[in-house]
Write a protein that binds this ligand. Sequence first.
Ligand code: KIV
Length: 265
Amino acid sequence: MKKSITISNVQSWKQKRKFAVITAYDASFAHLFALNGIEVILVGDSLGMTIQGHNSTIPVTLKEMIYHTRCVRRGAPSCFLLADLPFMTYTTWSQACDSAAKLMRVGANMIKLEGGSRLTGIIKKLTIQSIPVCGHIGLTPQSVNILGGYKIQGRDKDSAEILLNDAIALEKAGIQLLVLECVPIELAKNITQSLKIPVIGIGSGSYTDGQILVMQDILGITDKHAPSFAKNFLLQQGGSIAMAIQLYIKEVETGLFPSIQYSFH
Ligand code: KIV
């Protein structure tokens, strides 16, 4: 049996190598991804868009996240599995602990939640209860109605400083990984170098420790417009999903992806 990937493995990569992460929502794709070298999978609440056809992640429920996390874990027993706490399931620390426990019981190794310094109290409580936490700052899709759309974050000096301070506060509170979505490449570099924990970027340039993409974007099956930072690796590989995944991993590890074409300044 393949050895399970642990948080210690993932954290050690910060000093050693870049790593590729992908979203998955079911057992068959999770199995295929693991077979082709993927070590870390996110059961993202992006499933609200990719699987359910909504135009945001807001309608996704905890019950649905539990169902998909269970499916992915069956397909990829050895991968390190992150699962999203969906919208309004971590408004208090006791609600957050309760929601997170349900995802951990069906196979998540770590839960991910969206937001900055305002979450430090909840993160401390979760980690005291042995629930590992991944932060998510920058473009946080659950806040789309506050942000006024899916826009690049941290473009000016003040908002960049807020994001850097958020990242530092979250690390201090106990997160073990951080997802950084849609921020300029220079800010992503600064945040990545300021933290001891691995930073996983999406639409944030090539300086982060890891990259994450939504599986539908990698395979070119996004129903509407794929984001400009996402690359269709299937197109390059003449239609083989296995080869597309292997190319994605190789390009992240060698620093070829994301090139300038897939980054923001
Ligand atoms: O829900 C999701 O898939 C995510 C990634 C895009 C980072 O949060």
